[in-house]
Design a protein around this ligand. Sequence first.
Ligand code: PGA
Length: 260
Amino acid sequence: MNKKYRKTIIAGNWKMNKTASETAAFAAELRELLPRRPGCEVVLCVPALNIPTAQKALKGTRVNVGAETMHEAASGAYTGEVSAAMLSDVGVKYVIIGHSERRQYYNETDASVSRKVCAALAADLTPIVCVGESLEQRKMGVTMELLAYQLLSAFSGVAEEDVRRVVVAYEPIWAIGTGETATAEQAQEVCAHIRALLRKKYNATVARGVSILYGGSMNTANAAGLLAMPDIDGGLIGGASLKPADFTALVEVGGKADTE
Ligand code: PGA
């Protein structure tokens, strides 16, 4: 099966949740619960301020502490922002780019997502690029076209040899934080479409090596069904990543999916 060519990734996205002390408490609990060899790549993206706390508290585990966003410029007059080099310098490997909440509340566009992806790669970070349609767009029947536009824009500056260093997350906006999940078949249809677009833009070898995650109310009840799909290689998990037991259970599902 082509899944052997790519990593299964279980990535948490805490959004604007948890103080530094709550982060340390979560990490202490997670250390106890997580399998020593999770069997899949484990990523936990936390607010930038809490990255060092999480890293320290998770030292010696297989958890990669990641970031939720970054600025596209190398440095300069961008009050409040964090650059790729700053993340890389503290040992961060993964950074979420273009989450729908960033697009919606902070005016991130397909063009800025594209620039951020290039900046992340140049700093040796692995961008987790989010794409996804709203309910209105799904109802209008333009999901596939919209996804193609978002995806091809995001990859517009990515050279063939760098594609494997990019992770894609398909996150239907209508499923984020709503408790409503795309069915495994709906999610598979879009993830297969994303892989086909990468195959067309690059080639089959490149496309089969890209991990494509599903995000949008993934939880312990639906994860196994989603991860059993041939083109779904993991999850980007918001709500269910905030509790150590739930996150651990999802990592266990990811570990099983990776070995199947
Ligand atoms: P959710 O969030 O799991 O709470 O739906 C997913 C995300 O926004 O990445």
